[in-house]
Design a protein around this ligand. Structure first.
Ligand SMILES: *Cc1c(COP(=O)(O)O)cnc(C)c1O
Length: 404
């Protein structure tokens, strides 16, 4: 076996080898899928989930499963954290964080723009459990500091934020949280661990929809939370074992296979996104392009500091809401390569129209200065384009044909 310590291995090596190795019984080089729900026990007495630790034998697959554990080790290695917990979806990971860390009477500060499902969960569900939520523009650290209260337990941010690609300065947010004794969670789905490793800035819970870049092939739904051994063990006990939304071993196996190529895929996503974003900026029908890798992004300097890879997500505008809708309808009929579909981070390019008015009604409900900041990035609506792994020239030809 290799004598290289895990600390000296490169990201590409880690993505392939962390959390797995040849099967000790058969010598199989590729990992098996362990579908077993239960494990033959060598101890007569049962024990409680409270007694579990990393050295405990496998007992039941809701508690721990070898295929899921292998993926968890891989993701922790890529994020540079001690541990990781995988759950059935990104939303299962998100609700695990909120429901496990917050109790009645606690206060949370959450980004006023986020993945829509998260936005709805914090606005509609958390208050029903007696949890106070302040929705804040996280690109403005002053507003975050102002929202802190003595009972603030958690700050939840997302960077870059869906769907407008506004960034959060993680170092600043962590400083504010630390001063106030709050924990920080970050939805890092758009950045991937190749772009940003939020734990390096002090984030306690790094969350991913592994349905997206980490899986990378659009064929398995899953979620992950990376953090310290102690924090993740507590989450596993409450959210994994008690709420029960665990990841299936088959999905873990598929997603692990995707992770092996994550560093290579992210490099290609970024390269093609830069090519397409630059082309879109020069197109006469396109009124605004938002991509963290472009100098025109309002926070390009922060992006360059916080992201090692600008990822493959582009938002662009074409003018009024009516013009956007008309183009979306043309895309549905005429796009030949890019799929008109939600989701992102797959090898196939995906595009979806998100009208500002509709997003406000269904998810974000912003007014005043917060609505102004949203419009500053999104205008009347954005096309959220997830650049896949196809040839840039083919994507450009596909977009050119519908833009006219
Ligand atoms: C998709 C997504 C989620 C939700 O993840 P699921 O796997 O669909 O449950 C959360 N946050 C972001 C940023 C996402 O893109």
């Amino acid at each position: 076996m290799s004598k290289l310590s895990n600390d000296t291995r490169g990201t590409r090596t880690t993505a392939i080898h962390a959390g797995e190795g040849p099967d000790p019984v058969t010598g199989a080089s590729a990992p098996n899928i362990v579908m077993s729900s239960t494990y033959v026990s060598e101890e007569a007495a049962g024990f409680s989930a409270h007694d579990l630790d990393a050295s405990s034998p496998y007992l039941y697959s809701r508690w721990a499963n070898p295929s899921v554990v292998s993926l968890q080790k891989k993701l922790a290695a890529l994020e540079g954290t001690q541990a990781c917990l995988c759950l059935a979806s990104g939303m299962a990971a998100m609700s695990a964080i909120f429901m496990s860390l917050l109790s009645k009477g606690d206060h949370a500060i959450v980004s006023d723009v986020s993945y829509a499902g998260v936005g709805e969960l914090v606005r509609d569900t958390l208050p029903r459990f007696g949890i106070e939520v302040s929705l804040v523009d996280m690109s403005n650290a002053y507003e975050v500091a102002r929202a802190m209260r003595p009972n603030t337990k958690l700050i939840h941010c997302e960077t870059p934020v869906n769907p407008i690609l506004r960034l959060t300065d993680l170092q600043q947010i962590c400083k504010i949280a630390k001063a106030g004794g709050a924990k920080v969670s970050c939805d890092s789905t758009f950045a991937s661990p190749i772009g940003t490793r939020p734990a390096e800035f002090g984030v306690n819970y790094v969350m991913h929809s592994i349905t997206k870049y980490i899986g990378g092939h659009g064929d398995a739904v899953g979620g992950a939370i990376c953090g310290s051994t102690e924090d993740i063990a507590a989450l596993n006990l409450e959210a994994g074992i008690h709420y029960g939304g665990v990841l299936s071993p088959f999905n873990a196996w598929l997603i692990s296979r995707g992770v092996a190529t994550l560093p290579l895929r992210m490099r290609a996503h970024e390269e093609t996104a830069l090519e397409v974003a630059g082309w879109l900026e020069d197109h006469p029908k396109v009124t605004r392009v938002i991509y963290p890798g472009l100098k025109s992004h309002p926070q390009h300097e922060l992006a360059a500091r916080q992201m090692d890879n600008f990822s493959g997500m582009i938002s662009f505008q074409v003018g009024s809401e009516a013009q956007g809708e008309e183009l979306a309808n043309r895309m549905i009929k005429q796009l030949e390569i890019i799929h008109y579909a939600v989701s992102l981070g797959h090898h196939r390019s995906l595009i979806f129209w998100m009208a500002t008015a509709g997003m406000m009604d269904s998810s974000f409900r912003l007014v005043g200065k917060q609505l102004e900041s949203y419009r500053d990035y999104a205008g009347e609506g954005v096309f959220r384009l997830s650049i896949g792994l196809e040839d840039g020239v083919d994507l450009i030809r596909d977009l050119d044909a519908v833009l006219g």
